[in-house]
Design a protein around this ligand. Structure first.
Ligand code: PMP
Length: 363
């Protein structure tokens, strides 16, 4: 339970904001002549169809997302990647220089970067050795937070990434509910990799947990990282604030159109995800056979975290052969580990061949 309503948790200036109202917001019906938005009336660039501003409220795209991804449309906010959703939450809830956020580490690095950009202090709670949530420590932290108030500054956001980047594991929903109901601020569950997981999504918790926000993206399973389309599912007060704070035309017409197209190909997406999962199993098995591999962590995502005996040497060896992976070995909780994205079968084979060559050379 929280002593505070969502609006009490928000920055006062955001609650009191008179949002910008664009021409495309004010008139949305059919008309013959649109001279309300100072656009170029001429589409002289070979009829690209890009001379008009895009729909600022993404109505068609939201309806499509709701239908295809089976998500509640009234809870949806769409934007420029889930990164925009994260940044919006900071700007809506966190008073620079006063508020704090709680981050469960090791995790996606952008949360703490956005915190730094917004001059927000970060408190961390570390995952346990097996990358499960440390519920006891979280309980203690929540108890310590009990007396803090929005007036004095408090922990406004808690980030849970599930499946987690870079550890690859998901957190049980029962634990997410317990946390979301005890944390006095807004719990944000980042489900960027959920398509690769068989575990249930936290979207089902939105009715039960009044201060929960779930993030999704088309960048991973939907193979659309280039177009930058992410989404948030949130309670009405947060949906409204996100619409007020986002850039009026935060998602380009190009991105909205491509997203519509991709969402019409759900079967192809599912095939892509199935292929990634097959390759993930194969890579996990193959990688475990190398002498220098100490552990391949189970993954619900499109990457594998692999602990090795000499991460820098392996990283550099692959890099010299034009293969770039992510060296996470200096990250607390991931010491000695490399994160390898699952590529195409050919790309994965190149990784395996290079590693075999390395092992042969070493041996
Ligand atoms: N969340 C997590 C956990 C991620 O790993 C990433 C990108 N690597 C993002 C969000 C950002 O995704 P998007 O492309 O939707 O901004």
């Amino acid at each position: 339970m929280s002593k505070f309503t969502i609006k009490e948790l928000m920055r006062k200036n955001i609650v009191e904001l008179t949002p910008y109202s664009s021409a495309r917001n004010e008139f949305t019906g059919d008309a013959k002549v649109f001279l309300d938005a100072n656009e170029s009336a001429l589409d002289f660039l070979g009829n690209l169809g890009r001379n008009r501003y895009p729909d600022p409220s993404h109505k068609k795209l939201k309806a499509k997302i709701a239908e295809v991804m089976e998500l509640p449309q009234e809870k949806l906010v769409v934007g420029n990647g889930s990164d925009e959703m994260i940044d919006l939450l900071f700007r809506i809830f966190c008073v620079p220089g006063r508020d704090k956020v709680l981050i469960v580490e090791p995790t996606y690095g952008a949360y703490s970067v956005f915190a730094a950009i917004n001059d927000i202090e970060v408190s961390t709670c570390h995952l346990q050795g097996d990358y499960s949530l440390d519920l006891r420590s979280l309980e203690t932290i929540f108890k310590l937070m009990q007396n803090s108030t929005p007036e004095e500054g408090m922990h406004k956001l808690l980030f849970l990434c599930s499946p987690n980047n870079p550890t690859g594991n998901s957190f049980p929903l029962s634990e997410v509910v317990a946390i979301a109901n005890k944390f006095p601020g807004i719990t944000v569950v980042d489900e960027a990799y959920v398509e690769f997981s068989t575990k249930p999504s936290a979207v089902t918790l939105l009715e039960k947990c009044p201060r929960l926000v779930v993030l999704r993206t088309l960048s991973k399973g939907w193979a659309l990282a280039n177009a930058r389309v992410g989404l948030a599912l949130a309670p009405p007060a947060i949906v409204e604030a996100m619409h007020h704070v986002k850039y009026p035309y935060n998602l380009s017409g190009v991105a909205q159109d491509i997203a519509m197209e991709v969402l019409s190909q759900k079967e192809a997406m599912e095939e892509n995800v199935a292929t990634v999962k097959r390759e993930r199993s194969r890579m996990a098995k193959e990688l475990a056979t190398f002498k220098f591999v100490e552990k391949v962590f189970p993954s619900d995502a499109n990457f594998l975290l692999v602990r090795v005996n000499d991460p820098d040497a392996i990283y550099n060896y692959l890099r010299e052969r034009g293969i770039i992976i992510r060296n996470r070995s200096n990250l607390r909780g991931c010491y000695g580990s490399l994160r390898i994205t699952i590529g195409t079968e050919e790309e994965n084979n190149l990784v395996l061949e290079a590693l075999k060559e390395m092992e042969g050379r070493d041996g």
